[in-house]
Design a protein around this ligand. Structure first.
Ligand code: SF4
Length: 351
């Protein structure tokens, strides 16, 4: 648990260093009468070495360390809780924010290589997907770019630098565009390139266009719910604003603009979207817009009665997609036993 006075954001008047760019820190040094290059040293300490205290930064002048400590905290997050899955393939972390709200982030272990970090972009979520635990919280607020980036810095300290970053935790990143793009730029600065970053969306069409035009080029994953218009509206209420045709056009624009493949994340729910007709509709949509399909068997959430399909139904669904020449993979449900899998993150109940 983070009880370090330099990193625990107990003083709300002090912003955190995490979230500042190298140029910001160089400017801070210059404006406070220090050589600019010390700003680059502080940047390296915070983002690369994962420094937790200003007084660890022994290669910068003591007076600068004092000035920094009087002006900033290091991280906007305080680690409150962590729980590891039984087979050690996922660790879920709960962090509190300086206003007392909290978020969850997950480190997913990958065999023989570095982990993936699944991070949150909002406290709660306004989208209201019928199958998702986070939806029950509603939207409490957007995370700042500092709070988004800090999840990766904190998890890197606890594990190692990630192989990939997934914006698939709490929230709809494309409804927090300014902080999403600022965090992507900062990741780029610390050598976590967009090639290794996936942004997941429920299909926020203006956000997809904006991201395509932003100059950042993360992978895009669209959580579709269903390729049947009416069923999709029921499963993902916000999706009603952007019909499938508009979503497809936005996906095509994203591909064209960024040259990145777009994947469809499809959560299979027993008796809801796992029929032959559902597979045919999905194949038609994915084929038309050249999308890879990731199938995810539903992760149970206590609050809901939904169930995942059995293995036979899942295999039949997958075969139908393959017959239609759709590239498809099934995402293994890491962390389901600790409520850390897709759609299971929650920190506050609504009401
Ligand atoms: S699945 Fe994603 S977009 Fe839908 S409610 Fe949950 S967090 Fe929000």
């Amino acid at each position: 648990m983070n009880t370090d006075p330099d990193t625990a954001p107990t003083d709300r008047n002090r912003p955190s260093v995490i979230g500042l760019t190298e140029a910001d820190l160089r400017l801070f040094c210059r404006e406070h009468g220090f050589k600019e290059f010390h700003g680059s040293q502080v940047f390296h300490w915070v983002y690369v070495l994962g420094g937790k205290r200003f007084d660890e930064m022994t290669d910068v002048p003591a007076s600068l360390r004092e000035t920094l400590a009087a002006s900033f905290v290091i991280s906007p997050l305080t680690l409150k809780e962590q729980v590891e899955s039984k087979n050690h393939d996922a660790v879920k972390y709960r962090f509190s924010l300086s206003d007392g709200l909290s978020i969850e982030s997950v480190a997913l272990q990958n065999a023989g290589t570095r982990p993936s970090f699944c991070i949150s972009s909002q406290v709660g979520c306004p989208v209201g997907c019928l199958f998702c635990a986070t939806a029950g919280m509603g939207l409490l607020r957007n995370l700042t770019s500092s709070e988004i980036v800090a999840q990766v810095v904190e998890l890197s300290r606890l594990h190692t630098r990630p192989r990939s970053i997934l914006y698939m935790g709490m929230g709809e990143p494309l409804l927090n565009m300014e902080n999403l793009t600022a965090s992507l730029r900062l990741f780029e600065e610390i050598d976590l390139s967009c090639k290794r970053i996936t942004v997941s969306t429920c299909g926020v069409v203006p956000g997809i266009i904006h991201l395509a035009d932003s100059g950042e080029r993360p992978r895009l994953a669209v959580s579709l719910g269903s390729a049947d218009e009416e069923r999709r509206k029921t499963l993902i209420p916000l999706a009603a604003r952007w019909p499938l045709e508009r979503l497809g056009t936005a996906i095509a624009y994203y591909r064209e603009k960024t040259k990145r493949r777009v994947s469809i994340e499809y959560t299979l729910i027993r008796g809801i979207n796992d029929s032959k007709e559902d597979a045919v509709a999905l194949a038609r949509f994915a084929g038309r817009f050249f999308c890879h399909v990731n199938l995810i068997r539903y992760n149970r959430v206590d609050a809901y009665d939904y169930k995942p399909p059995d293995t036979k139904t899942t295999e039949r669904f997958k075969s139908l997609l393959l017959e239609k020449k759709i590239t498809v993979s099934e995402r293994y449900r890491k962390g389901a036993d600790i409520q850390a899998a897709c759609g299971q993150l929650v920190t506050q109940k609504s009401g």
